[in-house]
Design a protein around this ligand. Structure first.
Ligand code: OGA
Ligand code: MN
Length: 288
């Protein structure tokens, strides 16, 4: 079957047909997919009725896979799979005021994955196992084109500043306080430059993650807030964003080094939404 790559009519992304994702994928297909990810920053693979082991096998070709700090969100089948889901593994929808349901609302805030780590994620591969009949779209933003279009005063700032990313900040946004500590105690607070050079293409991207940035280094949290809001508002304009309406068995891989994403709301008390994510570890963000 020939591999077919079709750019989406959107600010980022391409659709890939003609292959099944698995660890022993045709190496020639893998090479083309790797290049397509660099060219389009997001790849949509429809009709991937694959197992968690196949998803982990394919994802692992891109690099080491992360294990999510929250044990209760890991799949019991494959610990590398992080369940972004309002449904327990036993099939029950969480109660809307449970810890896990509230935690999930964090995905509605724009972010790039694992920016609270010293080595954030290269890319994430998300498979739609169950999708709600309405709502629950995912929005993806192109941080290369957003950077390139930034007004001069913001560009000057992001080119010369770092921001503090912290895992606790997500919890503060979601719960109003630090609600949970995790068994995995690596350092989950990091300073990263606000722009980064893509390690493979060299192209500059804005590097911000609204759900983990508490402040800009050198400014107080209060001074940082209006500047951060201005950057976020600019970067998430429709002209930089692709909205994806999920179909069951879609897999999307995105490049966390030059995109961010957020999830649209849906009736989570009524509809099931089960998304399974494998997360590839990347490298330390640097701006050359
Ligand atoms: C993620 C995430 C996206 C979604 O998997 O990293 O933020 O569509 N979720 O559930
Ligand atoms: Mn995410």
């Amino acid at each position: 079957m020939p591999l077919e790559i079709t750019p989406l009519n959107a600010p980022l992304g391409a659709r890939v047909r003609g292959t099944r994702l698995k660890g022993d994928i045709n190496p020639n297909h893998f090479q083309i997919i790797q290049q397509a990810l660099l060219d389009h920053h997001l790849l949509l693979f429809p009709d991937q009725d694959i197992t968690e082991a196949e998803q982990v096998g394919f994802s692992g070709l891109f690099g080491k896979l992360e294990i999510h700090p929250s044990k209760e969100h890991r799949s019991s089948v494959q610990q590398e799979i992080y369940r972004v889901s309002n449904v327990n593994e036993d099939g029950q929808i969480f109660s809307v005021d449970s810890y896990k349901a509230k935690y999930l609302t964090g995905t509605r805030i724009w972010h790039t994955d694992s920016s609270f780590r010293a080595i954030p994620s290269l890319g994430s591969l998300l498979r739609a196992a169950e999708v709600p009949p309405e709502g629950g779209e995912t929005y993806f933003c192109n941080l290369h084109t957003a950077y390139e279009a930034l007004p001069r005063h913001l560009k000057a700032l992001v080119d010369t500043h770092c921001a503090v990313h912290s895992y606790d900040y997500i919890q503060t946004l979601v719960f109003g306080e630090k609600a949970h500590s995790f068994e995995q105690h690596e350092d989950l607070v990091q300073e990263h430059p606000m722009t980064r050079s893509h390690p493979v293409t060299g192209r500059t991207a804005l590097y911000v993650s609204p759900h983990t940035i508490s402040e800009i280094v050198g400014l107080s949290a209060e001074e940082s807030r209006p500047i951060l809001e201005e950057i976020y508002e600019f970067a998430t304009q429709n002209r930089f964003v692709y909205e994806h309406r999920w179909t069951q068995n879609d897999v999307i891989m995105w490049d966390n080094r030059c995109t961010m994403h957020s999830v649209g709301s849906y009736d989570s008390a009524r509809y099931r939404r089960v998304m399974l994510r494998a997360t590839v570890s990347g490298d330390s963000p640097v701006h050359r």
